[in-house]
Design a protein around this ligand. Structure first.
Ligand code: KG4
Ligand code: ZN
Length: 383
């Protein structure tokens, strides 16, 4: 089965093509350069950028994945928003090229998968409209995908040669951590999930992003803090590990952020600059400790047969090391997406979730009625 997958739930415009669980192409146009000065995603800018970028990204993904007899025209994929606009239809030089690529290749696609939610409503809307247009024009079925399920299933993705082959034992305990959510999910099989714990306020990635903004470091904060933390002292600031004494598996990061703020609010700029490595390191340590403490509690409670990590924050090398250590201590195998770019938002994860649902015949019944769902919840265990 060939799946064309679209992801526009936040600040990355992504399209991928999969052959079952194998990635044929995975194109990501990141918008982070647009938000550096704002310290976070601006919904209106995101919507415009998705609209400007989605067609060229789509053309690129199809071109990379599927070869056709006729030579595909060259597409120049830009990262600024100065690209042919969806709103203006297919007119213009670049749009003509893209249209040709899409026309020639859509017949080789079986299913269109698209993120329905959760995410930024107006951003989700762009991907859904494009999916609908393609499905109608080329007579394809649509699968609507939950973004969080996509992150979880990114652990099952393979490259075009079918690697890595993984035998993930269920139930598997998944720590999924990104800018929009932080959850501990017990996965009993594909499509069978139980939420063991989640954040009551900010997500872990959001906590890192907000601290970076406080320190004037730019967006997204996670990777910037990771880099600085490498050279810092993680015990420099004495920060709380909120909810660590609570006998449940929920998280809370807003108190940690506030406590960080109060510790440094009277500091002069020069002192912040001088201690920036130590600040980044001790804050990152506190965020990750919260994750690890609750992951250990969830392991004790649920006795899983394996562990998984997913979501943007999982791209962090320190966290990956910590998780591997914790897995070893518990004598459990741990899986994480096989490539760094499969942790942060991408459409390959939407493709694999789409593939799993399509195999079960879970298609959108009435395409016209498919709508974005900004607060879409993970479908829980159906057994
Ligand atoms: O999964 P993702 O791309 O989008 C959402 O679904 O939210 O996650 C984005 C989040 C951001 O908060 C970003 O700061 C964080 O993931 N992130 C990282 C790293 N790369 C991205 N956090 C820590 N270390 C990283 N290397
Ligand atoms: Zn995400």
């Amino acid at each position: 089965m060939r799946i064309l997958a679209i992801e526009t739930s936040c600040d990355d415009t992504c399209v991928a093509v999969l052959e079952n669980d194998r990635i044929l192409s995975n194109v990501i146009s990141s918008q982070v350069d647009l938000y550096k000065k704002w310290g976070g995603v601006v919904p209106d800018i995101a919507k415009r950028a998705h609209r400007d970028r989605i067609w060229p990204v789509l053309g690129q993904a199809l071109k990379l994945a599927i070869s056709c007899k006729s030579q595909a025209p060259n597409l120049k994929l830009q990262t600024n928003s100065n690209l042919p606009s969806f709103a203006k239809g297919y007119g213009g030089q670049a749009n003509e090229k893209i249209r040709k690529i899409i026309d020639e290749r859509m017949e080789k696609i079986d299913v269109v998968a698209v993120t329905q939610g959760p995410g930024l409503a107006i951003a989700l809307g762009v991907g859904i409209e494009v999916a609908k247009e393609l499905a109608k024009k080329y007579g394809k079925k649509i699968v609507a995908v939950n973004h969080v399920e996509g992150h979880i299933l990114s652990n099952f993705l393979k490259n075009s040669r079918g690697k890595p082959e993984r035998k993930i034992k269920f139930p598997s305990l998944v720590l999924t951590v990104s800018g929009g959510h932080t959850k501990l999910v017990l996965m009993k099989g594909i499509g069978k999930y139980e939420i063991i714990g989640e954040t009551l306020d900010d997500a872990a990635g959001e906590a890192l992003d907000k601290a970076a903004k406080m320190l004037g470091l730019g967006y997204p904060g996670g990777p910037i803090i990771e880099k600085l933390a490498e050279d810092g002292d993680e015990n420099f600031l004495d920060l709380p590990r909120p909810m660590s004494k609570f006998k449940n598996c929920n998280f809370s990061f807003s108190g940690l952020k506030t406590s960080f703020y109060y510790k440094i609010r009277k500091w002069k700029e020069e002192r912040v600059a001088e201690k920036i490595y130590d600040l980044a390191s001790s804050y990152q340590r506190a965020v990750f400790d919260c994750l690890l403490i609750k992951l250990q509690r969830a392991i004790d409670m649920t006795k899983p047969k394996s562990l998984m990590g997913a979501g943007g924050v999982m791209a962090n090398l320190r966290l990956r090391k910590d998780l591997r250590k914790l897995a070893r201590k518990n004598d459990l195998q741990i899986f994480m997406p096989f490539k760094k770019e499969l942790n942060t938002d991408n459409a390959a994860m939407v493709g694999i979730a789409g593939y799993c649902k399509a195999k079960k015949g879970e298609f959108v019944k009435n395409i016209d009625k498919l709508e974005r769902e900004a607060r879409l919840e993970l479908v829980l265990d159906k057994v």
